[in-house]
Design a protein around this ligand. Structure first.
Ligand code: PYC
Length: 336
């Protein structure tokens, strides 16, 4: 596994030894991973190895041999659609391993194929999936904070985007921002406010003025599905934002939008129109921070992560003995 961070948000890429998911479309590979190997996700991103804000990426076989690969992104509670910061981290990781050269490469993800341009060993532009706004000015009543209005938009994941919120978007206020956005997330769910196909709106994004020193157009705070905030400006959230700006005529196709995160990191985005669809291109920087091998010790009750519902883990505990063969997942060993 290789760790990196993109604008402060970590990505842990499994580069070898994952389960055999067959060479099918990435959405089908995701279904197999979720249904049969969810222990892999929880082992990697949950405590004690991981943390609430860690995003994992499993490198998969692509359907199209011309693709650089496929990727499934996941976090402490489940699976993401696309992941902008994670894609930048993945490209930098593959460059670090000598597996990716500068230039443009295709990457398959569960919601569709994207492309990645590696500029140098750290800087990457992701050409995302077409992004769009589903609803403008959706009203939401919350018991704690009264009415909140936001746009519902998709940029690879579903977002509720709020500009008028009365909150202070500063790093020393992340506790309150987390509480505020968790209430929004809870009420969206409770009141059945969803995407057009019933999808959960599982990311909440607040906007405010950028810091003067960043030279950015806006600062955001993004609550992720696991209940913690994105340290980066969030690639899919920034895509959802520029889709709204273009639909409102506040940003022209091709014009650059610089999105600052709550930690001060910045993504540069410009959207192009392709077949009348808004395609955001997100540029950011990632750095490799470490390399490790995952060890699953059959006598370790937390080998699948704290809170994991892995059946194997439960049976081991119930039987009070190591019923599972000792299994390890390493860079050299393919576990099946
Ligand atoms: O960069 O798209 C992103 C992202 C989604 C969740 C965390 N980061």
């Amino acid at each position: 596994m290789i760790d990196s961070h993109t604008g402060g948000e970590p990505t842990r890429v499994v580069v070898a030894g994952g389960p055999n998911l067959c060479k099918s479309a990435l959405a089908a590979q995701l279904a197999v991973l979720r249904d049969q190997h969810d222990w892999l996700r929880s082992s990697i991103v949950n405590e004690p190895r991981g943390s609430d804000f860690l995003v994992g990426a499993l490198l998969c076989q692509p359907v199209n041999p011309a693709s650089m690969g496929g990727a499934i992104f996941f976090n402490n509670v489940g699976y993401l659609g696309m992941c902008g910061h994670g894609t930048i981290g993945l490209a930098v990781t593959l460059a670090f391993l000598g597996r990716l050269g500068t230039g443009v490469h295709r990457l398959e993800t569960p919601p569709g194929e994207i492309s990645v341009r590696l500029h140098d060993s750290n800087r990457v532009t992701v050409s995302n999936l077409p992004s769009y706004r589903y609803r403008r000015g959706q009203s939401l009543c919350t018991p704690e904070f009264g009415e909140v209005r936001g746009d519902i938009a998709w940029g690879g994941n579903w977002f509720f985007l709020v500009s008028d919120h009365g909150q202070r978007l500063e790093y020393d206020n992340v506790g309150r921002l987390t509480d505020f956005t968790r209430v929004i997330r809870r009420e969206l769910d409770r009141q059945g406010i969803r995407g057009p196909g019933g999808e959960l709106i599982d990311h909440v994004e607040l906007f405010g003025p950028a810091s003067k020193s960043s030279g950015a157009d806006s600062r955001n705070f993004v609550l992720c599905p696991g209940g913690v905030y994105d340290r980066s400006p969030c690639g899919t959230g920034t895509s959802a934002k520029v889709a709204c700006l273009i639909e409102d005529g506040e940003l022209a196709p091709g014009e650059v939008w610089r999105q600052e995160s709550i930690t001060g990191s910045v993504f540069e985005v410009r959207a192009i129109l392709r077949d009348r669809q808004i395609v955001p291109e997100i540029t950011g920087t990632a750095y490799v921070t470490g390399q490790s091998t995952l060890w699953l010790d059959s006598s370790d009750p937390f080998r699948y992560g704290i809170g994991s519902s892995s059946k194997e883990w439960i049976s081991t505990i119930a039987d009070n003995g190591p019923k599972i063969q000792h299994r390890t997942l390493s860079a050299n060993q393919d576990w099946r």
